[in-house]
Design a protein around this ligand. Structure first.
Ligand SMILES: Nc1ncnc2c1ncn2[C@@H]1O[C@H](COP(=O)(O)OP(=O)(O)OP(=O)(O)O)[C@@H](O)[C@H]1O
Ligand SMILES: N[C@@H](CCO)C(=O)O
Length: 318
């Protein structure tokens, strides 16, 4: 359960009192989903909100970028939650000693087994966001880009072999391959970078919300599609690829934004990079999450299996 920091009812009531018109506290519950931040579902006499307290991987210095990004996307009509401003115009607060935001609640549920129609809707939502970001001037370096993967692999070191014998060698070989094949001249943009099904809220077959922008950064734009493809088009354990989901997702994206020949040609390399990113962050968490933490660790090997698929399918979007 992702509640690292407890917030008392008194602290919460004092926080809500800073805002105009949000109403009085009725109830607050810790949200079990998620691994990165502490999230509470807050009901007031007027409405429902999410309270997020930023933990380990979110740098407070990046919060103004994330908030400006959400404001920009919401202003363009994308279904993303804004951070609410208090009477002084402040969107970032301190709660229980952590940086925190009170955030609009969006309806919908995240699907665990997407259909092709839902994958197409996710692809369209991603393309629509990329279109809306064409005139966004914010910029944030990707600390989990190709240079970051090298650093993370080095920090995991020999311990990778404790997850699976031989994993350290596989990761080193993959990094070497990516160093040679990584596309350096594709269009860049601010991207979501973590558009897993659990970060897309759906009502039926329609996307009602896109959340969790805390890895958003400036990257190769088509890498965002590769991340989304790796996240949406396989069984959870990475064992089975579902071509119908892949075709629907990419079709939805191409229909709403487009994909150049160069981006299509580079797609397998981008997807391998996406897999390595999640393999490594999951491996790091696997090795460093205390046994008594109330968090379910995610399986790094599920992204090794995806990586193997992309490596064996170099003509995926040809
Ligand atoms: N604006 C929102 N509207 C509705 N529900 C939300 C909103 N933000 C978060 N949630 C709910 O809270 C859960 C956790 O949020 P989120 O995915 O942002 O957490 P996280 O710890 O950053 O997770 P992750 O492990 O995916 O990085 C979501 O799965 C969703 O159920
Ligand atoms: N979406 C990521 C967690 C956030 O980086 C994963 O499933 O590994």
């Amino acid at each position: 359960m992702a509640v690292y920091t407890q917030v008392s009812a008194e602290e919460l009531a004092a926080l809500l009192a800073r805002y105009e018109g949000v109403g009085a506290l009725v109830s607050a519950k810790g949200i079990a989903e998620g691994v990165e931040n502490s999230n509470y579902l807050v009901d007031t006499s007027n409405a429902r909100f999410i309270l997020t307290l930023y933990e380990k991987r979110v740098d407070a210095a990046d919060l103004p970028f994330f908030i400006a990004l959400l404001d920009h996307l919401a202003g363009a009509g994308a279904p993303v939650p804004r951070a609410i401003a208090d009477r002084q115009g402040m969107q970032i607060q301190t709660v229980a000693g952590r940086p925190a935001c009170l955030i609009e609640f969006l309806p919908g549920v995240s699907v665990s087994r997407p259909t092709a129609v839902q994958a197409a809707a996710a692809g369209r939502a991603l393309g629509t966001m990329h279109a809306a970001l064409a005139d966004f001037t914010g910029d944030r370096a990707n600390s989990l880009g190709i240079d970051g993967w090298h650093a993370l692999a080095a920090r995991c070191g020999d311990d990778l072999d404790a997850i699976r014998p031989g994993l350290r060698r596989i990761v080193a070989d993959e990094l070497a391959w990516l160093d040679t094949h990584w596309p350096r001249d594709l269009p860049r943009s601010v991207v979501h970078a973590d558009l897993f099904p659990d970060n897309v809220l759906m009502l039926g077959d329609a996307v009602s919300g896109v959340i969790d922008f805390y890895f958003a950064c400036t990257e190769i734009r088509a890498w965002d599609l590769a991340v989304t493809h790796a996240a949406w088009c396989f069984d959870n354990d990475g064992a089975g690829y579902h071509p119908a989901l892949g075709a629907a997702l990419v079709g939805g994206y191409r229909g709403s934004f487009g994909l150049t020949d160069a981006e299509r040609a580079a797609f397998p390399a981008l997807a391998r990079g996406a897999c390595l990113r999640f393999l490594l962050t999951r491996a790091w968490d696997w090795l460093n999450t205390p046994a008594d933490a109330l968090v379910t660790r995610k399986d790094p090997i599920a992204f090794l299996r995806r990586l193997e698929f992309y490596a064996q399918t170099p003509d995926l979007l040809a």
